[in-house]
Ligand binder design. Structure first.
Ligand code: AMP
Length: 409
C-alpha cells in the first residue's frame, strides 16, 4: 500500500515515493493546485460550511510565501458536463478572497485560450481559481486532451484534494502524466500520514469503532479491518445484522437479510484472529423513526417485535467505554445511532466523549461521523478528522487510490 511507504518515508526521511509541496521548488512558478472546494452553497449563494476551503489554507499560504502563481482547480456539485450557473465557483472565489485577505480571480472556464491568457498575465503571488472542472464531461472521463489542456496552464502540479483521490479523473490522475514535478499538498500529506499510520503501524491496542446505517456500505471496510485491529466495536444500524447472525430477534430494527451470513463470517474471522468484538448489549428502541416517537431502553434480547433499535443503550455505552480505556489508537467511522434525532443521539455523543477521554490517538472519518463529532463540541479534542468520505473508506478497504498513485515519481 502507498500509505506505509509514505509514512515510513515521512518518519525516516528516506527516498520518497512522492513528495510534499515543501519538497518542490515552486518559487515564482505556476502551480496547478487541485483542491476540493465542493462546499455546500445555499440558494442565496452563501457558503454554509467553509471547512473544505479552510483546510487548504496551510498549503495556499505556503505557496504564497514562495511567491508562486497559484492556479486552483476544483469541482463543485454535479453539473452534467456543461456549464450550469448554479454550480459556478464564484461564491468560493469570494470566500477564499476573504480568508486569504487578497484578490482571488475567477477564470470563466478551466481550459482554453481565455484562461491561458489570464494565467499568462499572473504575477508572483497571484491566485486564480479556475471555473468548475465538471463543466466539461472530459474531467470525469479522464480524457487525455482535456488533461493536457489543464496541464498547459502550469509548471508544477500539487494535489491537496485527498477527498477526490479515489477518483481517476483528469485533474486528479490524467493531468499528472504531463508534469515532471508533482507533489501532495499539506492536507493530503496529513490525511495519508494519519491513515497510513493506522493501517500499517498503529500504536496498539488498535480499536475500530464502526457504525452507521448498513453493513453493505462498509462490508469491505469490515472485512479489511476486522483481522487487523485488536478490538472491533460495532454499533449503529449495522449492529442488528450482526446480532441477527447470532440468532437474536431484533424486531423492526434495520437488518440486511442477505448479509446475515456474511456478518457471521466476519465475526468468526475476527474470533479466529483473536480480535475481540463488542456488540450492543442494550438499545434505545422506538415505535417509529421520528423525534416524537415513544422510546424505551431494553436489553438486546428483549427488543419488542414491533419496535426498532435506533441507538445503543447506556449499558452498551459503558461497555464500549471500558473497551476503549486501554486503546492507543482508535479509528471511528459511522454513528452509533440515529444521532440526527435528539432521542437517539446519546450513544453517539457519549462515544465521542469516551474516545476523547481515552487519551488514544483518535482518527475519525466519513461524512456523518464528522458531523456527529462537530455536533458534540469536542471536535478539537479528536487527533484527526478526515475530510475525505469515500477516499477515507477506500483506504480503509485497503484499496489503492489513483490520485495518490499518480503522485509517485
Ligand atoms: P453511514 O453513512 O453508513 O455511516 O450511516 C449513517 C447513518 O446511519 C446516519 O444517518 C444514522 O442516522 C444512521 N443510523 C445509525 N444508527 C441507526 C439505526 N440503529 N437504525 C437506522 N439508522 C441508523
Amino acid at each position: 500500500m502507498v500509505s506505509i511507504r509514505l509514512i515510513l518515508e515521512m518518519k525516516g526521511g528516506e527516498a520518497m515515493a512522492f513528495k510534499s509541496i515543501d519538497q518542490l521548488d515552486i518559487t515564482g512558478k505556476r502551480v496547478f493546485l487541485r483542491v476540493d472546494f465542493n462546499v455546500p452553497i445555499d440558494k442565496s449563494g452563501k457558503i454554509t460550511d467553509d471547512t473544505r476551503i479552510r483546510a487548504v489554507l496551510p498549503t495556499l499560504n505556503y505557496a504564497l510565501s514562495k511567491n508562486a502563481r497559484i492556479i486552483l482547480a476544483s469541482h463543485l456539485g454535479r453539473p452534467k458536463g456543461k456549464p450550469e450557473p448554479e454550480f459556478s465557483l464564484a461564491p468560493v472565489a469570494r470566500k477564499l478572497g476573504e480568508l486569504l485577505k487578497k484578490q482571488v480571480s475567477l477564470a470563466p472556464d478551466c481550459i482554453g485560450p481565455e484562461v491561458e491568457k489570464m494565467v499568462a498575465a499572473m504575477k508572483p503571488g497571484d491566485v486564480l481559481l479556475l471555473e468548475n472542472l465538471r463543466f466539461h464531461k472530459e474531467e470525469e472521463k479522464n480524457e487525455a486532451g482535456f488533461a493536457q489542456g489543464l496541464a498547459k496552464l502550469a509548471d508544477v502540479y500539487v494535489n491537496d484534494a485527498f477527498a477526490v483521490s479515489h477518483r481517476a479523473h483528469a485533474s486528479v490522475e490524467g493531468v499528472t502524466q504531463f508534469f515532471k514535478d508533482k507533489a501532495a499538498g499539506f492536507l493530503m500529506r496529513d490525511e495519508l500520514h494519519y491513515l497510513g499510520k493506522v493501517m500499517e503501524e498503529p500504536a496498539r491496542p488498535l480499536v475500530a469503532v464502526i457504525g452507521g446505517a448498513k453493513v453493505s456500505g462498509k462490508l469491505e471496510v469490515l472485512q479489511n479491518l476486522a483481522p487487523r485491529v485488536d478490538k472491533l466495536i460495532i454499533g449503529g444500524g449495522m449492529a442488528f445484522t450482526f446480532l441477527k447472525s447470532l440468532g437474536m430477534n431484533v424486531g423492526k430494527s434495520l437488518v440486511e437479510q442477505d448479509l446475515v451470513k456474511t456478518a457471521r463470517e466476519i465475526l468468526e474471522a475476527a474470533d479466529k484472529k483473536g480480535v475481540k468484538v463488542y456488540l450492543p448489549l442494550d438499545c434505545v428502541v422506538a415505535d417509529k423513526m421520528d423525534p416524537s416517537a415513544q422510546t424505551k431502553v431494553v436489553p438486546i434480547e428483549k427488543i419488542p417485535a414491533d419496535w426498532m433499535g435506533l441507538d445503543i443503550g447506556p449499558e452498551t455505552l459503558n461497555r464500549f467505554g471500558e473497551a476503549l480505556k486501554d486503546a492507543k489508537t482508535i479509528l471511528w467511522n459511522g454513528p452509533m445511532g440515529v444521532f440526527e434525532m435528539e432521542p437517539f443521539s446519546k450513544g453517539t455523543m457519549g462515544m465521542v466523549r469516551q474516545i476523547v477521554n481515552s487519551g488514544a490517538m483518535s482518527i475519525v472519518g466519513g461524512g456523518d461521523t464528522d458531523t456527529a463529532v462537530h455536533k458534540s463540541g469536542l471536535a478539537e479534542k479528536i487527533s484527526y478528522i478526515s475530510t475525505a468520505g469515500g477516499a477515507f473508506l477506500e483506504l480503509l478497504e485497503g484499496k489503492k487510490l489513483p490520485g495518490v498513485e499518480a503522485l509517485k515519481t
